[in-house]
Write a protein that binds this ligand. Structure first.
Ligand SMILES: [Zn+2]
Length: 115
């Protein structure tokens, strides 16, 4: 079984489901109406022959559309995208921003301790 051609949004939908995001959270991240996110999900499930989102994620792993060894959503995931020469995904950007904020706060704290 070869993977059907999926749109980037459809792949991202799968990645977000795999990270445990709800339809509401996906819609919010994309600034979509919930119905817009749902219709992407419906089209995707039809392409994959899946009845549910859970089955869609499982099929996507079997088809290697999703790589369970790839890490997303944190500094390590961000660095891995960069290493592969890719633009980091939204989740990895968010994780990287949180990481940088944390690092900045830690630096600031250590500077005020030294003073
Ligand atoms: Zn990523």
């Amino acid at each position: 079984m070869t993977a059907p051609a999926l749109a980037p949004r459809e792949v991202e939908y799968l990645e977000r489901l795999a990270r445990g995001e709800s339809i509401q959270e996906i819609a919010q991240a994309w600034h979509y109406e919930e119905s817009g996110a749902r219709s992407i999900g419906e089209r995707l499930r039809k392409k994959l022959g899946a009845r549910t989102n859970t089955q869609a994620v499982f099929i996507a792993v079997q088809l290697k559309v999703l790589d369970p060894t790839r890490r997303h959503g944190d500094h390590a995931g961000f660095a891995a995208h960069r290493y592969r020469g890719e633009e980091p995904c939204d989740a990895c950007w968010a994780g990287e921003r949180a990481y940088r904020t944390e690092r900045r706060a830690a630096r600031k704290a250590s500077m005020s301790n030294a003073a």
